[in-house]
Design a binder for this molecule. Structure first.
Ligand SMILES: Cc1ncc(COP(=O)(O)O)c(C=O)c1O
Length: 379
């Protein structure tokens, strides 16, 4: 007997998430369904008619993500997208109209300023405020939608989701939370009252650096219907292969997250001792400015550690000296990556700012590599 919601542990839920009822001689997780269209004689009824609207491989993945984002909650719908940006855009552009106001974080993912410009081009007023200190509260009046990113990327500030949701709902605004960095095992925004939990599945959710994916989880109803309609209109759908790879990867989510996040804390503790490191941020460090709120709303603190080295050149030398860590963007993968974030020009960070994504290497090996690279880059 299979019940994908049976068991309450995160590991149990992850390995069983979204699995169909067992059928003799069928695989546990059916392979990807490659189909542009489905046989459809007569009335064009669902569930599967045309491949831009629905696909059985998405159905299982969407069920899996829903079980992690909102375990035991009835009436939550999840939709998957071609990328995190497709998911973000689907919420913003399906909910907002000319004349509406939206509140974005000023320190969120670096594509948000481009999104802002597009929203403004459509006649939507955009207000921005920092994530830390719940500063978005100050600019909420009259807003239709509040967009939160917590922890923020790359600064790792955290805001109080419950508090912001309460204030937004009192003013009639919807709330969307970018849950990319935390993953649903780290934070469950819908339980904290948010209307949408939105994420890039490209990061730790899938965790192997080989898939682009996004999703939106939200309560069934008008708002999610509009998100679904947006997906159909824009066609920003995941490929069946990507959806299947994502589902397969979710089975190891708890293993990866627990391992990577535990090592992230060990790395942050090691970096804390280094005199050349300033601005160290990791929400799991007890002395981190975000720790108090993070510990109230997060169950795990993520795999990203950020810090600043004295100069641009020092940061480049450090990245160059690392042997176990790829100099690459993105985060959340099983292979550690790090980058000098200022090279993109989009984030308000110092020149020597490093965003470090901790992978699944042995903690001792990784920390030793980092400490050696710090020593070697000093000269
Ligand atoms: C917090 C956050 N949200 C959204 C995205 C966009 O995701 P994708 O690259 O899958 O479009 C990213 C990508 O880095 C991100 O870091």
């Amino acid at each position: 007997m299979s019940d994908s919601t049976a068991g309450t542990g995160d590991g149990t839920r992850a390995v069983r998430a979204g699995l169909p009822e067992p059928v003799k001689n069928e695989p546990t997780l059916p392979g990807p369904t490659f189909a542009a269209h489905f046989h459809l004689p007569g009335e064009p009824n669902g569930p599967y008619t045309y491949g831009r609207d629905e696909n059985p491989t998405w159905t299982l993945l969407e069920r899996a993500i829903g079980e992690l984002e909102a375990p035991g909650q009835e009436g939550v719908e999840t939709l998957t997208f071609a990328s995190g940006m497709a998911a973000i855009s689907s919420v913003l552009f399906s909910q907002l109209r000319a004349g509406d106001t939206v509140v974005l974080p000023v320190d969120g993912y670096q594509v948000l300023p481009l999104v802002r410009a597009q929203l403004e081009a459509y006649g939507i007023e955009v207000r921005v405020a920092p994530t830390g200190g719940d500063a978005q509260l100050e600019v909420l009046e009259g807003a239709k939608l509040l967009w939160i990113e917590t922890p923020s990327n790359p600064g790792l500030d955290v805001c109080d989701i419950r508090r912001l949701v309460e204030a937004a709902h009192t003013r009639g605004a919807l709330v969307a939370v970018d849950n990319t960095l935390a993953t649903p095992l780290g934070q469950r925004p819908l339980e904290l009252g948010a209307d949408f939990s939105v994420a890039s599945g490209t990061k730790q959710l899938t965790g192997h650096g080989d898939v682009l994916l996004g999703y939106v989880s939200g309560r069934e109803g008008e708002a999610m219907t509009a998100v679904r309609r947006w997906r159909k209109v824009v066609g920003a759908i995941p490929g069946p292969m990507e959806a299947w790879l994502a589902h397969r990867s979710i089975a190891t989510l708890q293993l990866r997250v627990d391992r990577q996040n535990a090592t992230a804390l060990v790395l942050a503790e090691a970096l804390r001792e280094r005199p050349e490191v300033t601005g160290l941020r990791y929400p799991g460090l007890p002395e981190d400015p975000a720790h108090k709120i993070a510990s109230q709303q997060m169950r795990r603190y993520g795999c990203v550690v950020s810090f600043t080295l004295p100069t641009h050149a020092r940061a480049d030398r450090f990245l160059d000296a690392l042997r176990l860590v790829d100099d690459a963007t993105s985060f959340g993968g099983v292979r550690s990556t790090a980058e000098r974030r200022g090279r993109w020009g989009g984030d308000a960070v110092p020149e020597g700012f490093i965003r470090f994504s901790v992978g699944a290497e042995d903690a001792e090996d990784l920390v030793a590599d980092v400490l050696r690279a710090l020593d070697e880059s000093a000269g």
